[in-house]
Write a protein that binds this ligand. Structure first.
Ligand code: PMV
Length: 319
């Protein structure tokens, strides 16, 4: 029987960048994210005894090149003796473009696969499995504000606040639609091996996490804004100082930052964050979202704007 699940991407405010253990995909640093609502990935897992191999279809196209990670994840959820699966995936936003599509995809995959074998695993366990495929995917199992603690042996994920406990709006400014040139796994490896800033990045992370946790619990927007922007720029400094350097930004990325700076100077409640891609995420107080949207729409190079509230974690869909 085919089982479907949905998950939303999450946007890290304190970033995961670097692996403590590449084999087990353990993050070198803890991270904190918000799960979105209106962007989503849907995954259907159909375990079928008549199949000779696993099949993966992404947005209507067969993708054997993306199958290996999916197969490993299915083995982990369903066991190595499972029958082969036809996996169908669809997302309502650009994939592999720095919009956390692997997070929503693997979070939805583990939930659908668990449903297909009636595993009834708790979200924390499914988060650990999703995290083996994509570190950030572990966070999309939960909604609202989520903490991923970098444990020594296993990743450890928990919800800090539910989506309606501190409602925020996220605007995503798309400045380039194509897939990114360097994947985050390769980029992290390069940063750890060659950036002179990498070790400082790792050592300072617990300070940023502590500040952000305080800000979230106190619903202190300005404090969260300051530490999130600082943390994002530090991560990009590691990328820029990797050898060869990795620069995901384009001129429109910088123009969006300028727009956000001007809004902040005018007292608008907004801050930016940027992941492994050129898109800018503007996190704002809901009452200021319309002002931020209008300003980003007028920013040169912004091709498309997507708006989302905070949303729930990954879940099964009715068949
Ligand atoms: O989970 P991955 O391997 O796609 O890495 C995610 C890296 C960032 O999006 C840049 C940061 C983060 O914490 O999500």
């Amino acid at each position: 029987m085919a089982v479907s699940a949905q998950a939303q991407p999450n946007i890290a405010l304190i970033k995961y960048w670097g692996k403590r253990d590449a084999l087990r995909n353990l993050p070198a640093v803890s991270s904190l994210s918000v799960t979105l609502d209106s962007l989503h990935s849907r995954m259907t897992v159909d375990l079928d005894e008549s199949l000779a191999e696993d099949l993966l279809e992404v947005n209507g196209v067969m993708r054997p090149d993306m199958l290996a990670r999916v197969t490993r994840c299915l083995d982990e959820v369903c066991g190595p003796k499972r029958c082969h699966a036809h996996v169908t995936s669809s997302s309502n936003f650009p994939i592999a473009a720095g919009l956390a599509s692997s997070a929503s995809a693997f979070a939805a995959l583990v939930v659908a696969a668990d449903g297909a074998v009636a595993g009834h695993r708790p979200s924390g366990e499914l988060a650990r499995i999703a995290g083996h495929a994509s570190g950030s995917a572990a966070r999309s199992l939960f909604g609202g504000f989520v903490e991923l603690a970098a444990g020594d042996h296993e990743i450890d994920v928990r919800q800090l606040l539910a989506m309606d406990e501190w409602p925020l709006t996220v605007l995503v400014a798309i400045t380039e639609q194509g897939p990114k040139a360097v994947g985050s796994g390769e980029a992290m490896k390069r940063g750890a091996a060659s950036s002179p800033f990498y070790s400082t990045w790792v050592v300072r992370q617990e300070n940023d996490m502590a500040t952000a946790l305080d800000a979230v619990h106190a619903r202190d927007f300005e404090k969260l804004a300051a530490v999130a922007e600082h943390n994002c720029l530090k991560m990009h400094s590691v990328m820029w100082t990797s050898r060869p350097p990795i620069v995901y930004w384009n001129t429109a990325t910088l123009d969006c930052l300028q727009t956000i700076r001007e809004l902040q100077a005018a007292g608008v409640g907004v801050f930016f964050t940027i992941d492994a891609g050129p898109q800018v995420k503007a996190v704002c107080l809901p009452g200021d979202a319309a002002t931020v949207r209008a300003a980003l729409q007028d920013t040169p190079g912004v091709q498309r704007l997507m708006e989302s509230r905070l949303g729930p974690g990954a879940r099964l869909l009715d068949s």
